[in-house]
Design a binder for this molecule. Structure first.
Ligand SMILES: [Zn+2]
Ligand SMILES: [Zn+2]
Length: 640
C-alpha cells in the first residue's frame, strides 16, 4: 500500500532523499573561485557594503556568537553573511593578536544551539548518523574561551549524549552547563554535561566567576534534566560560588536565554548574585530569541545577544573594572564611552556592535587584508567545502525564480513563501488512489524557518527552509461545510508552536533580517526594498537594530526590512470540481504535528472525529521536509 503510494507520487524511494539531484561541476567552480576570491565557500557571494568604522576596544572585549544552528558554511547566497567558519577562525586569530598588542583582554564566547537548521548539521541523520556529528568537530576549530548549551542540544537523546561524550569533553572546563544534566548510561546517574561554573583570571588580571544557564526549557529528551533557575540559585554549589572568599571582579553569565523576553531567567540569576554582590559588574551573554539585542539591567549589568545562523558576530567592549593591569583606554581605537544607564555617572563604560558575518567585515576589522587567511582558517574552509560535497548538500533540485521570504511581506503577497508553499502542496501532496477526491491540506506556518532565496535551491536548502519531518495524515470524506470553517478556527485557536518554533516569534522582534537582498521590490506600494543611496554609499537591506543603547549598534548600516507575522496555519486545495461547484465532502489532510488542533477545530465545526479516524495520506517517510524539493525538481528549471 505504502509502496504503491510512493510510486504513485512518481518517486523512487531514493528520490525521497536526494537521488536525482544534479551535480555542480564543483572542481572547476572551486578553481575559478579561488582565482578570483580568497577563501569563503567557493559558491559564496562577497559583500559589497562594509563597516562604518573601527570596532571599540575596552579593558575587556568580547566576541559573541549564538544560535549558529549548523550554518558553518555561511549564507552562500546572501552577500551580507557570506563568510564561513574558516574566515571566522582566521578573524578571531587576528583579534586575539590585536588585543594583546592593545594591552586588553579579549574573550570569545558562545551561547549554544549548534544543531537543527542547515544541512551541515542535519543531513547526517538521513544517513543514519547523529545530528551534528560533522558540524560540531568543525565548530571545535574555534578556541572559544567559554561556551554554554542550547535547547537544540537536548531535544534528541542521541544528540545530547554526543554533546556530553564529545563536545563537552573537548572544551572541558570552558563548557558551562550550570543547570543541565544528562544521565550517564555507564552508571545511570545524572551528571552535569559540562561544568557548573568556572573561576579564572584573565591574562591582564581580571578575576571572573562564570556560569552558563539555559532558560527553563521543558521539551528535552528524557535522558537530560534542566534545573529551573530559581532552584539552581538555591543549590549549594551556586551559593558556594557566589560566596567564595576568592576575589571576584566580574560575574560573567553566559546563557541560552533571551536577554529581554518574559521567559528569560537572567533576572533570577542577577537577583541572586546582587544579594551577595550589590555592586560587582555582571555581564550577560544571551541567545535563543534569534535577535540582535542589548539590554541594560542596571549601571553595572548589561546583556548582549548576537542574532542567529552565523549572520552576526556580537561585539562588546567594557572598561572601568578596578582590577588587573589591562588598558581601560587602549590607544588608536575607539573605546567604550558611555555608562549603562544614560545620564548617570559610573565607573564602568560600555560599547556594543553587531558585525555582519562577511569577509569584508572580518578583513576590515582585522587590519589585515593581505594576509588574512590563517592556515587553520584555510583548512576549516576546505573542510566545510569537502563535507558539503560529501553530504551532497550543493546538489541542485531546481532554480528558485525569485526570493520567497518568510516575513518580509504580507503572507498573501507573491513575495511571501506561503503562496508558493500552497502551490507546492497542491501539486505534490496527492494520494494517487484518492487524487480525484477534493482535498484541503492544512500546515502550520511555524514549520518554515527560512526564506527560499532566488537561485539554486539545493539539498542544503531543504533543511534550511523546512527542517522538520512532519508526516501527512488525513481524515477522509469530511463534510465540506465543516472543512471550510477549519482555517479560521485554527487561526483563531491556540498557537501551534513547539519550543523550536517559538524562537524569535515569542515577542515582536527588535531586529529581524528575514528577507535577503535579491533586488526584489514590493509592488504593493507598502514597502520599497530598493537599495538606496546614502551619503554616496550604497546601503543594502539588512538588520536595523534598536536596543537599549539606541540605533547605532549595527556595524554595517542597512536599510530596513519590514516584518509581517503569519497566521497559525495556511491551507492548500486540490482535486476540487473544475466547474467551480463545491464538493459534498473533502479529504482533510494535515501535518501529524497539528493533528490534535485539527480534531479540536473540527469538533467546533460540529464534526466529531477521533485519532482512530486519522490515517496516513502519504507514506510517513514522505514529510514536510520533502515536498518543496519535490516541487522544485518537477517545476523549476535546472539552469540557474
Ligand atoms: Zn536557536
Ligand atoms: Zn534556542
Amino acid at each position: 500500500m505504502l509502496r504503491s503510494l510512493v510510486l504513485g507520487l512518481g518517486l523512487s524511494s531514493t528520490a525521497l532523499a536526494c537521488g536525482g539531484c544534479t551535480g555542480t561541476g564543483d572542481v572547476e567552480m572551486v578553481r575559478r573561485a579561488r582565482l578570483i576570491q580568497p577563501r569563503m565557500q567557493p559558491d559564496a557571494i562577497p559583500a559589497t557594503t562594509g563597516p562604518k568604522g573601527p570596532l571599540p576596544w575596552g579593558q575587556l572585549t568580547f566576541a559573541h556568537t549564538s544560535d549558529t544552528h549548523g550554518w558553518l558554511m555561511g549564507h552562500v547566497k546572501e552577500e551580507n553573511y557570506g563568510a564561513d567558519w574558516g574566515d571566522y577562525v582566521s578573524f578571531i586569530r587576528h583579534m586575539r593578536y590585536k588585543a594583546r598588542k592593545l594591552g586588553v583582554d579579549f574573550l570569545v564566547v558562545d551561547s549554544g544551539d549548534l544543531h537543527d537548521g542547515s544541512g551541515l548539521s542535519d543531513a547526517t541523520v538521513k544517513l543514519g548518523g547523529v545530528n551534528g556529528e560533522v558540524s560540531l568537530p568543525i565548530f571545535q576549530n574555534l578556541d572559544y574561551d567559554l561556551l554554554t548549551i542550547g535547547n537544540h542540544e537536548l531535544y534528541v537523546a542521541d544528540v545530547a549524549f554526543d554533546v556530553f561524550e564529545n563536545f563537552a569533553k573537548f572544551y572541558r572546563s570552558r563548557y558551562l552547563t550550570s543547570n543541565v544534566q544528562i544521565m550517564d548510561p555507564k552508571d545511570g546517574k545524572f551528571k552535569y554535561i559540562g561544568r557548573t561554573h568556572k573561576y579564572f583570571t584573565t591574562y591582564f588580571g581580571v578575576r571572573i566567576m562564570a556560569f552558563g544557564v539555559l532558560f527553563d526549557f521543558t521539551s528535552n529528551a528524557n535522558n537530560s534534566k534542566i534545573i529551573k533557575a530559581k532552584d539552581m540559585v538555591q543549590q549549594q554549589w551556586f551559593l558556594d560560588a557566589i560566596n567564595t572568599s576568592d576575589p571576584i571582579d566580574l560575574f560573567l553569565v553566559l546563557g541560552h536565554n533571551s536577554v529581554r523576553s518574559s521567559t528569560s531567567t537572567f533576572p533570577v540569576i542577577r537577583e541572586a548574585i546582587r544579594k551577595v554582590h550589590p555592586n560587582t559588574p555582571i555581564q550577560f551573554f544571551g541567545g535563543h530569541s534569534h535577535t540582535r539585542d542589548f539590554k541594560v539591567y542596571d549601571n553595572s549589568s548589561t546583556a548582549l545577544e548576537p542574532g542567529r545562523y552565523c549572520e552576526t558576530l556580537g561585539w562588546l567592549a567594557l572598561s572601568g573594572i578596578e582590577a588587573g593591569n589591562g588598558k581601560h583606554k587602549p590607544a588608536g581605537v575607539p573605546n567604550p564611552d558611555r555608562p549603562a544607564v544614560n545620564g548617570t555617572t559610573s565607573y564602568l563604560s560600555y560599547a556594543r556592535r553587531y558585525i555582519d558575518w562577511n569577509r569584508l567585515s572580518f578583513e576590515y576589522h582585522s587590519d589585515n587584508v593581505r594576509t588574512f587567511d590563517t592556515p587553520r582558517g584555510e583548512s576549516v574552509t576546505d573542510e566545510v567545502w569537502n563535507e558539503r560535497q560529501r553530504l551532497n548538500l550543493t546538489s541542485l533540485y531546481g532554480c528558485a525564480p525569485q526570493t520567497y521570504c518568510l516575513s518580509c511581506a504580507p503572507q498573501t503577497s507573491e513575495l511571501s513563501i506561503y503562496p508558493l508553499v500552497q502551490k507546492a502542496l497542491s501539486a505534490v501532496i496527492v494520494n494517487e488512489e484518492r487524487k480525484d477526491i477534493a482535498r484541503m491540506i492544512f500546515v502550520n506556518t511555524g514549520g518554515f524557518r527560512f526564506d527560499i532565496v532566488k537561485g539554486r535551491f539545493t539539498y542544503d536548502d531543504s533543511f534550511i527552509v523546512a527542517p522538520f519531518t512532519n508526516a501527512f495524515q488525513y481524515i477522509p470524506n469530511v463534510p465540506y461545510a465543516a472543512a471550510a470553517k477549519l482555517l479560521d478556527l485554527l487561526n483563531n485557536g491556540a498557537p501551534q508552536k513547539r519550543d523550536m518554533d517559538r524562537e524569535h516569534r515569542s515577542f515582536l522582534p527588535r531586529s529581524v533580517d528575514a528577507c535577503p537582498l535579491d533586488g526584489a521590490q514590493f509592488n504593493s506600494g507598502l514597502v520599497k526594498r530598493k537599495t538606496i543611496i546614502r551619503r554616496q554609499e550604497i546601503v543594502t537591506p539588512g538588520y536595523t537594530t534598536k536596543d537599549d543603547f539606541g540605533t547605532d549598534g549595527d556595524d554595517t548600516p542597512h536599510s530596513n526590512i519590514p516584518y509581517f507575522r503569519a497566521t497559525n496555519d495556511i491551507v492548500a486545495e486540490g482535486g476540487f470540481p473544475t466547474d467551480g461547484s463545491t464538493p459534498e465532502t473533502v479529504d482533510v489532510v494535515f501535518y501529524d504535528f497539528i493533528r490534535s488542533y485539527v480534531l479540536t477545530a473540527l469538533a467546533k465545526a460540529g464534526e466529531n472525529y477521533t485519532t482512530a479516524d486519522v490515517e496516513y495520506y502519504l507514506p510517513p517517510s514522505f514529510t514536510s521536509n520533502d515536498f518543496l524539493p519535490e516541487y522544485a525538481k518537477r517545476f523549476w528549471s535546472k539552469d540557474c
